[in-house]
Each structure stands twice: as structure tokens, then as C-alpha cells.
Ligand binder design. Structure first.
Ligand code: ADP
Ligand code: NI
Length: 408
């Protein structure tokens, strides 16, 4: 069965028309890949026949001062990797007719390996040439494995594997990138390490809500789901209140988490652009997200601060800060600018409603957000009227009346 599949893909690969263009696009992708950029020790294969051409990649890696390794078959079952300093060192043709390095310095440490195959599936399963060399070599080694192939060699159907077959961490073709594990899940783990213990209203429960709401808005607004999910997950990991001003400015945690998850540079840049523009105190300074994905997350984050969840979060926050839910003697501060807002903690949860939460409905940037904010806002208003009624404080009811009139 596997043998038949091998034959099929061998034939197919021979007839792929634009191999040169595809190979050069794949080479560019490798060079821009986070794992390539962060690693000094990289193993390639020396392409022959109709494989994705790796010569340009190898040449560039040498110019980038990477330690470059190539495989050499050392006996019927095993191969080893040897360092080369220049492509001129490829002079030996092995028994299988493949060119190998003459070099004698064996690789001690390989961080990333670029791997050929006859066919890959989107989960990273690989159909090799049948010798099992790569599977045996990679057994028990911690190497980031990138399979490369032409678009035509990517199979829609899952490739059958056995226990010895090694899965790629990622498969790269000209048109696509396919990751074994779910990047979103990996990023969520990184976020949880920072926020799981938070009890100031930024815990994972808040993050999960913002993620869910953002993805719902995404459907309506036709935005990029992956970018939106990443912004949602990372929107509080550099909050100035939790991690300080320096982190907030440099987005230190977001950068680290995305790099660890090997997210492409292009995606990282798009996410960081939006992260730098999300948050209430930035909005007070006129800094607002520019992309649809950033707007969606900003709306979702603000929606989670209003409505029933908003009421509970405001209560929790005040308790943690040692402030009461309500103090009828102290009325809310009015027209706070960004600096004052960042420095001052509201005297009570109720004041926080007036100082921030009741303003959020008017700050929505997407249609989906506006729609969601509307009923959440009404819940808060109704809650406050009932609350002031029960507290028997007519002057506060009046204050609310005036406040709402002014904000229409
Ligand atoms: P986020 O950035 O996630 O919107 P914040 O950092 O502003 O949220 O605050 C976290 C939660 O605590 C929110 O629900 C917010 O309304 C509430 N909160 C913030 N400041 C106060 C305060 N001074 N009093 C009561 N609740 C507050
Ligand atoms: Ni938030």
C-alpha cells in the first residue's frame, strides 16, 4: 500500500511544472521562519532529482553564518549529519547515488532540520523514501522538524503511520504552512502561565470570554480568525497594571509567547500592531486599533467589562483593592483624562460605572460590538436604578438620570 503511494508520488513529482519558482518561494519562507532566525545549527538535505531544490537555502544559511549540516549514509540503516562550510565540500556520491559531504565534523547539536519527502499530510505525517533513515535518526532527538514539499505533494488524506514514523512539527509548501500542534492552544498555555493566578479581573476566565466573543464578532465582520484569536489571547499579558509600564510599552510577554510558539514574523507584526493600540487608557489618549481584527478584540474586551459580567468584575476588583461597592458620600470623578484615569483607582465600584463602564457602549468600533454592547449597557443601567432604589438614595438616581441624558 505504502509502496503504491510512493510510486504514485514519485511519478507525480517528476511532472510538477514550476519547481524552480516553488523551490525559491519555499527558500524565502524558511529564511523568514522564526525557528530559522533563532537557531544557529540547521540541517538541510542536499537536493537531487525532482526534490525541492535546497541549494539556494544552504547557500543563504552559510552566508547567514549558520552552522550547516548535511546527511551522510554511514551504513545500511543509519545516517549521520556533518557540517559543511561551503557547497564545494559536496563531492562524494553514495551508493544510492546521492551526493554527500566529504566533511568529517559530525553534528553535535542540530536545532532545526529541513526534511524532504515524497508526500506529507497537514498533520505533519511524512511518506519517506522507504529507507527509514530519517525516522531512525530523529528518534528521541529534540529537533524542530520542518518538512518541505511542492504543493502537489501535500495529501488531503491522512498518511498512515506506524510507531516508528516521525511526525514533522511543521510542513511548508509554497502556498501553505501546516503545524502539527495547534498554535492557538500553545499560545493559550503561555498566556495561562502568566494570568491563571490573577484575581484582579484579568484571569483566564476573562481571556476565554474575550476570545469567544471576538471569534463570534469575527463571523459577522469577516476578519482573519487566527490573527483575531492571537490578539484576544495576548491582549492582557503586558497590561501596565499587572506587568509594569516597561512591559506595556515593549509588549515583552506577547513577543516572547509568540516567538516560543514559532509564529511567523509577518503574523507577529500584525498582532503586535493591534496590541499596541488596545486598552481603555490608550483610547482616552486617542489611540485606537486600526485593523478590523484589533477593533474586534477591543470591542470584545470592552463588552466583557459591561453587562452582568461587568458588574461582577467591578465588584471583584473593588474588593481586591479594599474599596466598597458603594459609598453614597463620594460622587464619581468627572471628565477624567488618561493620566488621571491610570493613576486613580475609583473610590467604589459604583463610581467606576460612571467613570468608565457606562462610557464603553459609545466606544465600540464594529457593528457586531455595538449590537452586543447595547443590551449589556441596558443591564447595567437597570441594575444601577434598582440598586439606588434599594439603597434609598434618590440623589444618586438623579445623578444617573443626568449622566445618561448628557451622554446621549
Ligand atoms: P480590561 O483591560 O480587561 O478591560 P481593566 O484592566 O480595566 O480591564 O479592569 C479589569 C476589570 O476590573 C474590569 O472589569 C474593570 O471594569 C474592573 N475595574 C477596573 N478598575 C476598577 C475600579 N477602580 N473599580 C472597580 N472595578 C474596576
Ligand atoms: Ni482585558
Amino acid at each position: 500500500m505504502k509502496q503504491q503511494l510512493r510510486e504514485k508520488y514519485k511519478q507525480l513529482r517528476k511532472n510538477i511544472p514550476n519547481k524552480t519558482i516553488q523551490s525559491s518561494k519555499i527558500a524565502d519562507k524558511i529564511r523568514n521562519h522564526t525557528s530559522y532566525q533563532q537557531s544557529d545549527h540547521i540541517a538541510f538535505y542536499y537536493s537531487c532529482g525532482s526534490e525541492v531544490d535546497t541549494k539556494a537555502m544552504i547557500q543563504k544559511a552559510l552566508l547567514d553564518h549558520k552552522h550547516v549540516y548535511l546527511p551522510k549514509v554511514i551504513n545500511k540503516e543509519e545516517m549521520e549529519f556533518y557540517e559543511i562550510k561551503s557547497l564545494d565540500e559536496i563531492i562524494h556520491r553514495n551508493a544510492l547515488g546521492i551526493l554527500e559531504p566529504e566533511a568529517s565534523v559530525r553534528a553535535e547539536k542540530i536545532e532545526v532540520m529541513i526534511i524532504p519527502g515524497l508526500c506529507f499530510d497537514e498533520k505533519g505525517n511524512r511518506l519517506g523514501y522507504g529507507g527509514g533513515y530519517y525516522d531512525r535518526y530523529l528518534q528521541d532527538k529534540e529537533i524542530y522538524k520542518i518538512g518541505i514539499c511542492f504543493d502537489e505533494q501535500l495529501s488531503d488524506e491522512a498518511i498512515e503511520i506506524n510507531e516508528y514514523d516521525i511526525q514533522m512539527d511543521e510542513v511548508i509548501t509554497m502556498k501553505g504552512n501546516f503545524r502539527k500542534e495547534n498554535v492557538i492552544e500553545e499560545v493559550k498555555q503561555g498566556v495561562a502561565q502568566l494570568l491563571a493566578k490573577d484575581d484582579s479581573g484579568h484571569g483566564m476566565d476573562h481571556i476565554e470570554h474575550v476570545l469567544e466573543l471576538s471569534l463570534r464578532f469575527c463571523e459577522k465582520e469577516k476578519a482573519d480568525k487566527e490573527i483575531t484569536a492571537l490578539i484576544a489571547l495576548l491582549h492582557d499579558v503586558d497590561d501596565y497594571k499587572l506587568f509594569g509600564m516597561e512591559n506595556a510599552q515593549k509588549l515583552t510577554n506577547a513577543k516572547r509567547i509568540m516567538s516560543e510558539a514559532k509564529i511567523s514574523h509577518e503574523t507577529q507584526t500584525r498582532v503586535l500592531e493591534s496590541l499596541a493600540r488596545i486598552g481603555y487608557s490608550k483610547a482616552l489618549k486617542g489611540i485606537r486599533p486600526l485593523t478590523i481584527e484589533g477593533k474586534i478584540v477591543s470591542d470584545a474586551d470592552m463588552c466583557d467589562a459591561i453587562g452582568t459580567r461587568g458588574i461582577l468584575r467591578a465588584y471583584t476588583y473593588s474588593m481586591k483593592k479594599g474599596k466598597p461597592f458603594f459609598n453614597k458620600e463620594i460622587f464619581p470623578a468627572e471628565d477624567m483624562d488618561a493620566d488621571r484615569y491610570t493613576q486613580k483607582c475609583a473610590d467604589s465600584s459604583c463610581n467606576h460605572f460612571f467613570e468608565k463602564l457606562l462610557k464603553l457602549k459609545g466606544m465600540m468600533m464594529t457593528e457586531a460590538g455595538k449590537e452586543e454592547a447595547k443590551h449589556r449597557h441596558e443591564i447595567m443601567v437597570s441594575f444601577l436604578y434598582h440598586f439606588f432604589e434599594e439603597e434609598n438614595v434618590p440623589e444618586w438616581k438623579e445623578y444617573l438620570d443626568h449622566y445618561l441624558e448628557k451622554s446621549i
